[in-house]
Design a protein around this ligand. Sequence first.
Ligand code: A3P
Length: 300
Amino acid sequence: MLADDSGNYLIKFHGFWFTPFFLQATEELLKHFKPLPNDVILASFPKTGTTWLKSLLYYIVNRSSIDQLTRSNPHKLVPQLELQVYGPHATSPPPFPSPDTSSSNRIFGTHLPYQIIGETVYTSDCRVVYVARNPKDTLVSMWHFVNTLEMFKTFPWPLEDFVDNFCKGHIAFGPYYDDVLGYHKESMERPKKFFFITYEELKRDPKTHVTKLAEFLGYPFDNEEQVEEVVRSSSIETLRNHEVNKSTDSFSFFEFPHNSYFRKGQVGDHKNYLTKDMINRIDTITREKFQGSILNHEEE
Ligand code: A3P
């Protein structure tokens, strides 16, 4: 057990750090979750583009009801397994397709690493999409996000301490590197089941990657206009302008305000915050862990 700088306790489980809340939910999930063959699981480390991918996946899979995303936050439409479905505050009956029904087209998000949820998804024909983001932007995004919490309003979490925690892996769902490596390995070995995409490549060429994603999921587009519509409708500029996403209300099941999921949405924002020493420290660890093969992190 370990206390982070905010005084929150983190507990180690299969090599990863969890808050008691998420650990309880994870244990429930591992006991009860049986993915159906048509399920799509979006896996991600926090702040790597989960919201964006939830919107894209929702559009790709539910093309006829895409206007839902103008009225609901993507996290409402694509529930997080360890929060809305198996979290201690999960509503019953849940306001989304129940994990016990056999309805198709279910999409769930999870921040659980493959090392933990792997056996559960492996035993089903469900498909898994993983989004990775360069560690420096992930860290900066996460630091901003946690500081939106009421408990950090008076004493924000200092960036130096957050960098230290991130590098040591001492953050909820950390270590970041092991999470990326777990899914990357699977996507190399089983490309029909795992789709690995990076935030940066999606930013660079959204149409190509959204087309590939739709093909992977078995929902190919009929024409380019459809792809353009999906890319436009799920862009941060579009999403942040929906009234529901401007709101400072929080979800009943989580304390983060709706608008905190839409900050800048840029590649390379870490340059505005991290010192040279911080960047060197993170780059050194990243080189060591990824051995240059996964993310072109130093250029981003
Ligand atoms: P920044 O804090 O760098 O702006 P997650 O969804 O995993 O919580 O990640 C949040 C990050 O994704 C934030 O990054 C947020 O601004 C960005 N984001 C949210 N919606 C997005 C979208 N539709 N397109 C691109 N980036 C998006």
